[in-house]
Design a protein around this ligand. Structure first.
Ligand code: SF4
Ligand code: SF4
Length: 131
């Protein structure tokens, strides 16, 4: 959703476009339809658009909302011993197949414990048995 939002009172006068000091607003007229455009990369959040709008149509609060937008979600892999989150599942999918076989879902503590166990010969090494 666009940060720049107007309410139903917008009448298309384009005063906001004409007065935006950052040229962050523009418009398109295609097929008998006018579309107001906003470019967040240019916007300085100066609120001039909000001040000059004769219709009180600019919903400027969206521009200064202190919010976190969800960008992407990944399933998580947990340590198979304690359940602590260790990495995103997609991370292993992007690894080479051979490396993937060797990566065990273990947190730092249990990885260390496993390595200590392997050194003492109590646990077989991953990807092969003890000799
Ligand atoms: S100045 Fe206000 S009414 Fe005019 S186009 Fe911009 S938002 Fe719409
Ligand atoms: S906040 Fe300022 S820079 Fe951004 S669109 Fe409005 S007038 Fe332009």
């Amino acid at each position: 959703m666009s940060y720049f939002q107007v309410n139903e009172k917008c009448n298309g006068c384009l005063a906001c476009v004409q007065n935006c000091p950052a040229r962050a607003l523009d418009f398109r007229e295609v097929g008998g339809v006018q579309t107001l455009l906003h470019n967040m990369a240019r916007c300085a959040r100066c609120a001039t658009c909000w001040r000059v709008c004769p219709q009180d149509a600019v919903e400027f609060q969206h521009m200064i909302e202190n919010r976190w937008d969800e960008v992407v979600t990944h399933a998580l892999v947990r340590c198979r011993v304690c359940g602590e989150v260790v990495y995103a599942e997609s991370l292993t999918e992007s690894l080479d197949a051979k490396v993937r076989e060797l990566v065990e879902p273990l947190c730092g503590r249990h990885k260390l414990e496993q390595q200590a166990g392997m050194l003492s010969g109590r646990i077989p090494a991953a990807g092969g048995g003890t000799k």
